[in-house]
Design a protein around this ligand. Structure first.
Ligand code: PEP
Length: 251
């Protein structure tokens, strides 16, 4: 059975001291609570080891937000999957629209990153989603299909089963605009159907598909109530415990 997951994406926010304090505060807030979903914190690279160590004895997972598409070597400034795994992190966010738009990450590059992440036992949280013009032109279904097939569909079914998918309409990220509950369910169901056509119904049913894009305490319950929405990838609202906790508790 697939898991419900609420993952925070801190992006390029918080110093190490601030990030560690945020992780500690969340850990304390969740202590003794009966939480109905997995919780993951996507921190900057510089925070991974400290946050992973702080959260070691808890159920809160830790994620990087990117990795290199090379294994090791003369790639100044890059961070490899082995380095990430060595921090104790278990996940890596890949294909975020900000990486695609600002750093030229193509599906071909992302495909390499996914394979490398899996080789180190990291779980990719793989982001897909359309920009506003594509949504307005009714192309959102074909856009996510292409992102899935070009980046992921050479994976074996066993490897694909290790992934988490995050549907993030780019027009909703950090904009305060959210996909309506119906829009989210419609495209999540389409993504699951696309996965079923490629990998079969069992793999599709076992894949967690998260929604991302201005998800917050007031809309999380309605979004997560949809049959094919298995949680959220949360940006802005993951930076404060009083905003993030109610999203976790929406399950
Ligand atoms: C994100 O960047 O993954 C995201 C969903 O951001 P926000 O929640 O701020 O829209």
């Amino acid at each position: 059975m697939r898991k419900n997951i609420v993952a925070g994406n801190w992006k390029m926010n918080t110093t190490l001291t601030e990030g560690l304090a945020l992780a500690k505060e969340l850990k304390a807030a969740l202590q003794g609570k009966d939480i109905k979903c997995d919780v993951v914190l996507g921190t900057p690279f510089t925070h991974l080891a400290s946050v992973a160590s702080e959260l070691k004895s808890t159920k809160i997972g830790v994620s990087a937000q990117n990795c290199a598409n090379k294994e090791s070597g003369a790639y100044t400034g890059e961070i490899s999957v082995a380095m990430i795994a060595s921090t104790g992190a278990q996940y890596v966010i890949l294909g975020h629209s900000e990486r695609r738009a600002y750093y030229g990450e193509t599906n071909a590059i992302l495909k390499e990153k996914v394979v490398l992440a899996l080789s180190q036992g990291l779980k990719p949280i793989f982001c897909i989603g359309e920009v506003l013009e594509e949504r307005e032109a009714g192309k959102h279904f074909s856009v996510v299909e292409a992102q899935l097939s070009e980046a992921l569909f050479d994976l074996s079914s066993a490897d694909f089963s290790k992934l988490v998918i995050a549907y993030e309409p780019v027009w909703a990220i950090g904009t305060g605009k959210t996909a309506s509950s119906d829009q989210a369910q419609e495209i999540h169901a389409h993504i699951r159907k696309t996965l079923a056509a490629k990998y079969g119904e069992a793999v599709a049913q076992n894949t967690s598909i998260l929604y991302g894009g201005s998800c917050n305490a007031s809309n999380a319950k309605e979004l997560f109530a949809n049959a094919d929405v298995d949680g959220g990838l949360i940006g802005g609202a993951a930076l404060a415990v009083d905003k993030f906790l109610p999203i976790i508790e929406a399950f």
